[in-house]
Write a protein that binds this ligand. Structure first.
Ligand SMILES: [Zn+2]
Length: 376
């Protein structure tokens, strides 16, 4: 255990990196995938089950928690870790992205964003200062700067103005965060798909100085090709000795492509959300458990997977409980998906350490190209 937040970059292979982030609540092996615990729970999973999949850290959403049950209530109950029974590290987002995507009647100014709750219409205000206060109340180990994330496509003038404001908000976030060496504050690079705006943003953030740097403003509708195009330059504009976090990504092949381009951390609701809708990610690509072809199939989802869904149940059972809308369906499929995502991360960490990332990646794509096993 350590009393300071730190990052130890251990190996690189091409642009891919592996290392360890040390926090007071434990180590985070990178590249790391963070399951999303929106409302103080990773839906359909017990916290110990999330840890059993191999997750070292999870993400909590400031926007959701500030509205319900409120950050003040969670603080009074001992903080988010205690509240949700998760003693490993937690990263919280700033609330900015979800204010833009979920709330009603937003009014944005240099000061911050006034908005109405999507739950009950109540009025709230978020600013860099208020976001830092909320994330401190929650007890988050990794705090994100409050920023604005414009939807893509957006014109260059809009992207530039938005990025400039986010940089001013980043400086305010740093001031409000204060001196807390056992906790980390990450800056967020913006600038859309524009290389020079990204560069300017990276320089502004580096000047302020953060414990880690996120590539923000991607995975907002630009498509994989455009995202990879941006990741061909964006991570390398950020300091090499700090963790780089790509927010809101993604599908398995997005994750692999991001790590290949120098990303260390990611988060996404996809494995848990898909688990609840019957979509399963496997070594052989996507399986839709609701399809009738599984109804009589006694084989596991993936014979090589050691998760409970694959080691103890048949495709026929998983199909049945999904069709019957039984709760165990979401539980098992979420577990499998999270397990599979963590297996990808472990595979990449091992391959980068061994200098065999290219071979690992070729194998990953070959498995997916095979497609699902033949129908019985
Ligand atoms: Zn499995």
């Amino acid at each position: 255990m350590t009393d300071r937040f730190s990052f130890n970059l251990k190996h690189t292979d091409g642009r891919a990196r592996t290392g360890v982030i040390s926090t007071t609540r434990g180590e985070i092996r990178t590249p790391a995938f963070m399951p999303v615990g929106t409302a103080a729970t990773v839906k359909a999973m017990m916290p110990e089950s999330v840890a059993a999949t191999g997750a070292d850290i999870l993400l909590g959403n400031t926007y959701h928690l500030m509205l319900r049950p409120t950050a003040e209530r969670i603080a009074n109950l001992g903080g988010l870790h205690k509240f949700m029974n998760w003693d490993k590290p937690i990263l919280t987002d700033s609330g900015g992205f979800q204010v833009m995507s979920l709330s009603d009647l937003r009014k944005m100014s240099e000061k911050g964003v006034q908005f109405q709750s999507h739950i009950d219409g109540s009025k709230h205000f978020l600013s860099p200062e208020r976001s830092m206060e909320i994330q401190k109340l929650l007890g988050s180990d990794i705090v994100m700067c409050f920023d604005e994330c414009p939807a893509l496509p957006a014109d260059r003038t809009r992207l530039n103005e938005s990025m400039q404001m986010s940089m001013r908000w980043a400086a305010r976030s740093k001031d409000a965060f204060g001196d807390r060496p056992s906790h980390a504050l990450f800056g967020i690079q913006q600038g859309g798909l524009e290389q020079d705006l990204r560069e300017e943003s990276a320089n502004a953030l580096t000047e302020i100085g953060f414990d880690g740097y996120a590539v923000g403003g991607l995975a907002v509708g630009e498509g994989q090709e455009a995202m990879f195009g941006c990741l061909d330059f964006a991570p390398e504009q950020l300091p090499t000795d700090k963790p780089r976090y790509l927010m809101g990504v993604g599908k398995p092949d997005d994750i692999v492509g991001a790590v290949k381009r120098g990303i260390d951390m990611m988060d996404c609701v996809l494995p848990s959300r898909s688990g609840r809708t019957g979509q399963v990610f496997t070594r052989n690509g996507v399986v839709n458990i609701k399809n009738a072809r599984h109804a009589d199939d006694p084989r596991p989802l993936d014979e090589k997977c050691t998760c409970p869904a694959c080691s103890k149940y048949s495709r026929a059972y998983l199909h049945h409980v999904f069709r019957s809308q039984e709760m165990i369906s979401g539980m098992l499929l979420t577990w499998h998906n999270l397990h599979y995502f963590q297996e990808i991360m472990q595979g990449m960490r091992d391959a980068i350490a061994a200098g065999t990332f290219a071979a690992w990646e070729a194998d990953f794509h070959a498995g997916r190209a095979n497609g699902d096993i033949e129908q019985l």
